[in-house]
Design a binder for this molecule. Structure first.
Ligand code: ADP
Ligand code: MG
Ligand code: MG
Length: 906
């Protein structure tokens, strides 16, 4: 049998179904289903997405040829159902031609309405309807739409004016009218003439008269639009394959522009912004197609309740409202009642909030589209949880319906919507850490701290940040940098703090000397206000009001459902008691990464830390470390206390030492004084620490192996803190983690020191605590020799930031120079520092887990890179059998939901 390419629907019957979206597109599949469940839908047919692929491969003539018979039969069926005839002079059938891919896609072809009209048919329509104006209004719209979308008259850039709009504007001006609805029949006749002349002039061809030519022209234009630039770009951004293709829907017209008893509108079965279970939407009388959304006239509310609410917000009195902007319920009570019943039926049937399009032709209601409505993060959760309680859907469906990334919207402060609508961005950068912030510009971390102590809100602006800026970052409302990437210091730290950050902002030049910055030539000085949106990357001048995130019981319920299904734990990356507490509140099951280096930047520790680093010999270092011990112990007391009863993975000192020492003369003089040695000695020592490539230099466990006394001190601080807490009845479960292992022996050497220190401390206190010793897997060699390392280690924690950096050979601080180009050219599909590279880096993770567990079945494996909070990476972690993922506190809920989804997806 010949392949079926056309699926018809109409009058309560349909050849397609809702679950055939791949073949019929979303619009076509739901038009079919609406017919089957008895919703009034104008008859029509859908040409399958497969034909789109044939069109691209075999061309226009081939496709028209193979489609012809089926399309002609389908048209005959519409003719029968409507009692009209395609191409007839007296009683013509008019249709719309609509594109429709699997998912709704901006960038696809716009709809053509009233197809089938020509100079004869328009007379027929006029006579039959007894409404000449309506006939010519339809004709005017058709020539314009066909000209724009099929004949390519629509301008490509937004600055250019649509030639048809221009003609209409001229006519309005010459007649002194404002609205399209004020055109007379004669005006419309004149417009059609002018439109056709414009087409002739631009394309060199006459406007097509034959309805069949018009139909094939439109069908092919839909297929062509699948390959237009905008559509290709959209597919690329969303990772949709080209093979999907688009379907074409051809459907009998119903007319919302037949006068006062007709109209058109769009509606949502629930509130798409808040999720409230209120039917809402807008309509226009005597209108067609997208008049409602295009803003040519002010649309009115469907329900009277909605209308009153709207008027109140607009400051319109009840008299004015009911006179000028009545609801559909008030104007056409019967149609409104039917629409309310239909929307309920659709929601009951599809079991999700629906976004629908309807048209009323002379008092009769028709539905033209239904689909799951787009919604905010808050609405997403509320609707899913409400529908669970209402018995529409089960728990697994709730989990599937909630997009983990969308939770992010709820976890951070956002700009006040009204304030934002008025603001204009002055530049944008990478959306490095979500949330909204407004503050006064400062350029130095100390200032950020001081100003914030004075109760000011500040935005810390830096070329890039370093660990020294930490406390300033913590005091700031938001952070703006001119360089860096998604995993540079500023981004990672800001995310950890749940603080808004925009990095690598375009055309941003920061001048520390003059304490000013310029953006595209606009100068902003210290103390001026800036507002940042870390979720979009936009930067605004001035102060935009923000509002705090608030989590409600729906959110809690979603999280407890996730908890029930997830098989992986979610831990957090936190190095302060405050962050640890936030993460715990979000449901973290422990700390997967407690970095210790940040601790040393606090005021009381930086001097002895520098002393330790700058000492000439072991004796000097030990002396400094003795001063650090009680301070470091205090840090752990705080964190263990916050994580009472949960494991805390503490990573021993990781970064290169030169990051801690002063590089300026003043700082070096100070150190010379503290240590009682010459400035020159200090200066030489600092120079001596310089490395050509610090990322690959003396850092990680290489440090601990060179200076074992650092490892000893840190271990002692951890274990003494745990023992002290035990006496208070608080359970600390330390997991000591060695960073940057590449060779089993370097891990083993560290482990020996750690173990002997632990036993010393146990003996001194006559007390013991539970502990583990494990390592980061972040050097490719460690992954490759994981079986050797596993024999010695209690756990692996995949540090996928470094592992990505070292596997690709990309410095994560410099990647911004070429990454955008790689993404643009499609050389890379995604930023591998944001989304785990499953085919490369991910395979190293998979291999290391396997090799590791072959020698130690109980080996605990987790991930602590930035990827631990990215949903697709979390799902990958589930499939390779990790025990947990660890991410910044504010991503814990996202990871928990993603982990639950991974578990129910199998
Ligand atoms: P989009 O995907 O941009 O919404 P649609 O194909 O849904 O495009 O149609 C655009 C507008 O035209 C919608 O308002 C729709 O309801 C209306 N429309 C489409 N087909 C018809 C028709 N056969 N009769 C009346 N209105 C129609
Ligand atoms: Mg559209
Ligand atoms: Mg639509």
């Amino acid at each position: 049998m010949e392949k079926k390419r056309v699926y018809t629907f109409g009058n309560g019957a349909a050849e397609g179904r809702a679950d055939m979206k791949n073949l019929l597109g979303g619009k076509g599949a739901n038009l079919a289903e609406m017919n089957l469940i008895g919703v009034p839908v104008p008859p029509g047919f859908t040409i399958t997405t497969e034909v789109c692929t044939e069109y691209n491969e075999l061309g226009r003539d081939y496709v028209i040829n193979v489609l012809k018979g089926e399309v002609e039969d389908a048209i005959i069926q519409i003719e029968k159902l409507t009692g009209t005839k395609f191409g007839d002079k007296d009683n013509p059938l008019l249709v719309s031609v609509r594109s429709g891919a699997r998912v709704s896609m901006p960038g696809m072809m716009d709809t053509v309405l009233n197809l089938g009209l020509n100079d004869d048919a328009v007379e027929g329509i006029a006579k039959k309807s007894g409404n000449e104006r309506f006939a010519w209004d339809s004709y005017r719209r058709f020539v314009q739409m066909y000209g724009d979308v099929v004949l390519g008259m629509k301008p490509h850039s937004k600055e250019d004016i649509d030639p048809f709009e221009e003609i209409m504007e001229e006519m309005k001006a010459s007649k002194g009218i404002e609205l399209d609805t004020e055109f007379t029949t004669d005006d419309l006749k004149q417009l059609v003439k002018l439109f056709k002349a414009a087409v002739k002039e631009k394309t060199g061809k006459e406007f097509p008269v034959s309805p069949w030519d018009q139909l094939w022209g439109s069908v092919c234009a839909v297929f062509d639009s699948w390959m237009n630039e905008r559509a290709i770009l959209y597919r690329k951004m969303n990772n949709f394959p080209e093979e999907w293709g688009t379907a074409v829907n051809v459907q009998a017209m119903v007319y919302g522009n037949m006068g006062k008893t007709s109209g058109t509108g769009v509606a949502f079965t629930r509130d798409a912004a808040t999720g409230e279970n209120i039917f809402n939407g807008e309509y226009l009388i005597d209108a067609q197609g997208e008049d409602v959304v295009s803003g040519v006239r002010t649309p009115q509310q469907i329900t009277t309740e909605g209308s009153r609410r709207w008027a109140k917000l607009q400051g319109i009195s009840e008299e004015e409202r009911s006179a000028k902007y009545p609801s559909l319920e008030e104007v056409m009570p019967e149609c409104a009642a039917e629409l309310i019943a239909v929307q309920q039926k659709l929601e009951d049937y599809f079991k999700d909030m629906q976004d629908l399009e309807f048209t009323i032709q002379d008092g009769k209601l028709w539905l033209l589209q239904t689909r799951s409505g787009k919604r905010t993060g808050a609405a997403m959760i509320k609707i899913a949880i409400d529908m669970l309680h209402e018995g529409y859907i089960d728990e697994k469906t709730v989990l599937k319906r909630c997009d983990p990334e969308k939770l992010d919207e709820l976890l951070h402060p956002v700009f006040d919507k009204n304030a934002l609508a008025k603001a204009k961005p002055i530049t944008h950068g990478l959306p490095a850490s979500p949330g909204a912030a407004a503050g006064q510009v400062v350029f130095h971390a100390d200032e950020a701290e001081e100003w914030s102590k004075e109760g000011k809100q500040v935005i810390l602006c830096r070329i890039e940040t370093s660990p020294e800026d930490l406390r300033g970052m913590n005091s700031a409302q938001g952070i703006l940098t001119s360089r860096g990437g998604m995993t540079s210091h500023a981004a990672v730290v800001a995310r950890g703090m749940g603080k808004c950050c925009v990095s690598a902002a375009n055309n941003l030049i920061i001048d520390y000397k003059t304490r000013s910055l310029s953006i595209n030539g606009k100068e902003i000085k210290e103390g001026d206000w800036l507002s940042l949106d870390g979720s979009t990357g936009y930067v605004y001048e001035g102060k935009i009001a923000t509002q705090d995130a608030d989590l409600d019981e729906n959110f809690d319920e979603l999280m407890s459902i996730a908890e029930k299904y997830a098989r992986m734990d979610v831990r957090t990356n936190a190095d302060t008691p405050k962050d640890a507490a936030v993460a715990r509140k979000f449901g973290a099951k422990g700390i997967g990464l407690c970095r210790t280096e940040h601790m040393f930047f606090e005021e009381d520790k930086i001097v002895p830390m520098r002393e330790m680093i700058l000492s000439k010999d072991e004796e000097g270092r030990r002396k400094a470390l003795e001063k650090l011990l009680p301070l470091q112990k205090k840090d752990f007391l705080g964190i263990f206390r916050a994580m009472d009863g949960l494991p805390v993975t503490v990573r021993l000192l990781d970064p290169p030492l030169h990051e801690f020492v002063p590089h300026d003369e003043k700082g070096q003089m100070e150190m010379a004084k503290v240590m009682g040695i010459s400035y020159k000695d200090i200066h030489d020592r600092v120079e001596g620490l310089m490395e050509a490539n610090p990322m690959l230099g003396l850092r990680g466990c290489r440090l601990g192996n060179l200076y074992p006394e650092i490892t000893e001190m840190q271990t002692r601080a951890i274990i003494e803190a745990a023992i002290e807490l035990k006496k208070e009845g608080i359970t600390a479960i330390p997991e000591i983690m060695v960073p940057l292992t590449g060779i089993v022996h370097e891990f083993k050497a560290q482990k020996d020191i750690i173990e002997s220190t632990i036993h010393e401390v146990f003996a001194e206190n006559n007390e013991s605590v539970e502990y583990k010793i494990g390592t980061m897997i972040e050097i490719p060699r460690a992954a490759i020799t994981a079986h050797k390392i596993a024999a010695e280690a209690d756990f692996f924690s995949f540090g996928t930031n470094d592992l990505t950096q070292l596997t690709f050979g990309y410095s994560r601080d410099d990647v911004a120079k070429f990454l955008p180009m790689y993404l643009d050219k499609g050389i890379l599909k995604q930023d591998p520092f944001a989304v785990l590279d499953q085919n490369g880096v991910g395979q190293l993770v998979r291999m290391a887990v396997q090799k590791g567990r072959e020698v130690k079945t109980t080996l605990k494996c987790g991930i602590c890179g930035e990827h631990g909070g990215e949903p697709s990476s979390v799902k990958f972690c589930h499939t390779v059998g990790l025990n947990y993922v660890s991410c910044s506190p504010f991503r814990v809920p996202i990871a928990r939901l993603a982990a639950a989804q991974a578990a129910i997806e199998g």
